[in-house]
Design a protein around this ligand. Sequence first.
Ligand code: SAM
Ligand code: DTB
Ligand code: SF4
Length: 350
Amino acid sequence: MLANSAQPRHDWSPEQVQALFELPFNDLLFQAQTVHRQHFDPNAVQVSTLLSIKTGACPEDCKYCPQSAHNCTDLDAERLMKVKQVLKEAQAAKEKGATRFCMGAAWSSPRPKDMPFVVDMIKGVKDMGLEACMTLGMLDQDQADSLADAGLDYYNHNLDTSAEFYGSIITTRTYQDRLDTLQNVRNSGMKVCCGGILGMGEELKDRIGLLITLANMPDHPESVPINMLVKVEGTPLDAVDDLEPFDFVRTIAVARILMPKSHVRLSAGRQRMNEQMQALCFMAGANSIFYGEKLLTTDNPEADSDRQLFNKLGINPEQRHGASDEAHEQVLMQQIEDHKNESMFYDASA
Ligand code: SAM
Ligand code: DTB
Ligand code: SF4
């Protein structure tokens, strides 16, 4: 089956998606590249930096997560970070070339007393000219509206896997709870960042189920993070079998074909991928990464190795979309120019 029209569709059947997964690898990648080039600069990759603003002791029982209080990991729980410290980290991320700052909290959902601090963090990050993203757990409509009013651009809330496999991974909240939060985020006018985790022992039908749920939403998530499970000792999934790497690349390619206008993020798990594997993911249509030595609590590749990889592949960091005004954008461009020689992404000798 040929993905001959790159216009977004919302009516994919499991059989059609399975047929994509069963294509010869080169045919699948060719289709994904063709779709990618119709909507994006094929050599631009969006760069986000992640910060854990509240770490550990989470009441939810997600089996993959080092931050769940149900899992016995070697992680020190921390209180909500001070707004000033968060903004210092955001400034540092900006100076290193990130265009989006993503803040994550190990909460089931934010409490009313947390909201004023979270709102101040959003406002401060936006004032720096960065895009702001948060992942704080479930949101009701009022909470989503408050974050949107504060200027939050993206809200990350993952479905993680198929509806069928979900119950084997999390029991403290339902798939429908997640879909409700996503609807509240969509209603608030924020952009949706929603994806999942591969390599948790799921089957192909679960990867198909996840992608179909995302692709058949009335509006595709603007950002689709595809995480490879980071196996953390002490979590129930710490000894699960590795996913075949080509199946990870195939899932990226199918996500690209199903959601042609979305950014597909090669998300957690890059630390265990070599450069060639990451290059295949970019070829399959991934066009966003997390940059910075830490994800939330686990390691991510060093800044220097990402700079080298981008240089080797001729990839440029994508410039920020939708700056609030032209002057603001000019300031940002000038800063990028000023930092060119020291920034991670530019080879000063080029
Ligand atoms: N507590 C909030 C929630 O779950 O909605 C936000 C933070 S949570 C850590 C954000 C996402 O990180 C999860 O939905 C999951 O997809 C991803 N994640 C967590 N642990 C992971 C791991 N070990 N490997 C890969 N992805 C992981
Ligand atoms: C997403 O899909 N992946 C990020 C982000 N959204 C918040 C989180 C990855 C976490 C990996 C495990 C850790 O570092 O704790
Ligand atoms: Fe808590 Fe989020 Fe981790 Fe689940 S994924 S345990 S909700 S921090």
